[in-house]
Design a protein around this ligand. Structure first.
Ligand SMILES: Cc1cc2nc3c(=O)[nH]c(=O)nc-3n(C[C@H](O)[C@H](O)[C@H](O)COP(=O)(O)O)c2cc1C
Length: 179
């Protein structure tokens, strides 16, 4: 099983948050960490909309998250919170699916005024699922080029991203040394 699972909450195929998650995945793999990716886009819409708790796709995602040493969750800001489809997915996952797991939250948004969506929307959701959210990072659309191999266009943000990933990996290693 993978060390880190990356969850993408954008319903859009070519997405800013997805491009950052891909970049994060490549940094983690460069550190020798095994990474698995999950996207809201892979869950059939009727299963999300009907709250199908018995969905085989859902079981697969639950197994990945339960086995993960750490998780990265990314979402676009939609109407000052995370995307509705990410909430639909988390609504039908077991309530302790992130049990004691370090989680790095990231969000992309068009406006700096919704920076606090990270604090007041995404982090509480992750805590409800018993995850341990790290500080997290908010990326403005103007700082992200979703078509570029290195999507983060601001050097300070690149450094902050790398720092948060170092911290996430540190959390995994600390957790392992106590188990
Ligand atoms: C339906 C919708 C609602 C949005 N609402 C907000 C918002 O409330 N605040 C904000 O800063 N950006 C908002 N945006 C802009 C997106 O958060 C932003 O473009 C984001 O980077 C898109 O991420 P994605 O490409 O990964 O889907 C909205 C975009 C859409 C499509």
């Amino acid at each position: 099983m993978s060390d880190i699972v990356i969850v993408s909450g954008s319903p859009v195929e070519v997405s800013r948050s997805q491009s950052i998650l891909d970049y994060i995945g490549s940094i983690l793999e460069g550190k020798g960490i095994s990474v698995e990716c999950v996207s809201v886009r892979e869950v059939p819409a009727e299963e999300l909309m009907s709250g199908n708790f018995r969905s085989s796709k859902l079981n697969e995602i639950t197994e990945k998250l339960t086995a993960a040493d750490a998780v990265v969750v990314g979402s676009p800001v939609y109407k000052a919170a995370y995307s509705g489809v990410l909430k639909c997915l988390f609504d039908i996952l077991p309530q302790d699916v992130l049990d004691n797991t370090p989680v790095l939250p990231i969000m992309t948004g068009a406006s700096i005024s919704h920076l606090l969506a990270l604090e007041y929307a995404l982090k509480p959701l992750l805590s409800t699922l018993k995850g341990k959210p790290l500080k997290g990072i908010y990326y403005l659309d103007s700082q992200v080029d979703k078509m570029a191999a290195f999507p983060i266009q601001d050097e300070d943000l690149v450094n902050r991203t790398k720092k948060q990933l170092e911290y996430l990996v540190e959390q995994i290693n600390t957790g392992k040394s106590f188990s």
